[in-house]
Structures are given as structure tokens and as C-alpha cells.
Design a protein around this ligand. Structure first.
Ligand code: PNS
Length: 158
């Protein structure tokens, strides 16, 4: 069974994330969507809240498992017995950051392979940061985030 871990902050999950996950199901039999800590970011949702949001969104989809971890991604992958990481890429600045992370992870865990999937053009402008601003200042975000995420963000930010 081909399994990949799709790690991220998911603070909050965007339609760009959801699109990558859904398209990846054509390649992998099972995806572990893993909420992680990015030390460079100050989250607005707790890890538990992000897991709850993703679980609600993927409810009834047995090929997707939502989980959470702290510490290094390589250690989490070893613990889960998975050697494939899936990450989405929107643009060249994502690429540079992703390239560096993939190489660092590979140096720590040589059996680990990182697979990149390009975003669909209609999602390339989306970022969790932009979405937080749109919601906070009353903009229309229905094409950017799932209704479950929109409701949770409104409750948190307004
Ligand atoms: O959605 P993000 O914030 O771009 O995801 C980045 C994330 C969480 C995947 C990355 O920061 C990560 O893997 N964090 C876990 C700690 C770790 O392994 N850091 C070293 C990465 S080389």
C-alpha cells in the first residue's frame, strides 16, 4: 500500500491544501495529513483545533488519516513507517524553501523521499496569511477556504 505523509502547519487549511490532498489520492492509496509545528510561525489555531478542522473536512474519507506531531518530521515518518513525504508548491519562493527542507530531511533520513505536487493555477495566490487578513477585515473568502474553516476563522478573528 502506497502511503505518503502530507505535513504542514495548516493554520488554517486552505482550498489549495485540500486540492493537493485530493489530487494526491490518485497517486497514493493512503495519506496521513500531519499537523506539525513550524517554529517560524505563530499559529492562531492550536494543534488540536487544526486536527479537528481537518478531521471534519475529511470525514467519511477512509484513505485520509489526520494526525499531529511535535518534533522532527523525519522522526515522525520513521515512527509511522512511512518513507514518502508529499508537499505542495505554489511558486519559486516555495520551491527554494521546500528544496532546502527536502535536502535537510534527506540528510537526516536517507530513505525518505519528498514528492512535490504543483498547485493548480487558481490556488497559486492563496496563503494562510492572506486568508486570515481577508476574514479579519470582512472580505469574501468562500473560494479560498472550506466553509468549516471559514466559520472557525470568523469565530477566532472577528
Ligand atoms: O505548512 P508549513 O508551515 O510550510 O509546513 C512546514 C513544516 C511544518 C512541514 C515544517 O516546518 C516541519 O517539517 N516541521 C517539523 C519540524 C522539522 O522537522 N523541521 C525541520 C524541517 S527540515
Amino acid at each position: 500500500m502506497k502511503t505518503a505523509i502530507c505535513p504542514g502547519s495548516f493554520d488554517p487549511p486552505t482550498n489549495g491544501h485540500l486540492n493537493i490532498i485530493e489530487r494526491a489520492l490518485k497517486i497514493f492509496d493512503r495519506l496521513i495529513v500531519a499537523v506539525a509545528v513550524n517554529t517560524a510561525k505563530q499559529p492562531i489555531f492550536t494543534g488540536e483545533e487544526r486536527v479537528d478542522l481537518l478531521q471534519e473536512i475529511f470525514d467519511g474519507q477512509p484513505k485520509i488519516q489526520v494526525d499531529r506531531f511535535e518534533g522532527l518530521l523525519v522522526d515522525y515518518a520513521k515512527g509511522r513507517g512511512v518513507t514518502t513525504i508529499l508537499r505542495g508548491i505554489r511558486n519559486m519562493s516555495d520551491y527554494e524553501y521546500e528544496f532546502q527542507m527536502a535536502l535537510a530531511n534527506k540528510a537526516m533520513h536517507p530513505e525518505l523521499e519528498t514528492i512535490f505536487m504543483m498547485t493548480e493555477g487558481r490556488y497559486s495566490h492563496l496563503s494562510s496569511t492572506i486568508i486570515k487578513d481577508v476574514i479579519q477585515y470582512g472580505g469574501k473568502a468562500s473560494e479560498m477556504i472550506h466553509p468549516i474553516v471559514e466559520a472557525a476563522l470568523k469565530k477566532k478573528l472577528r
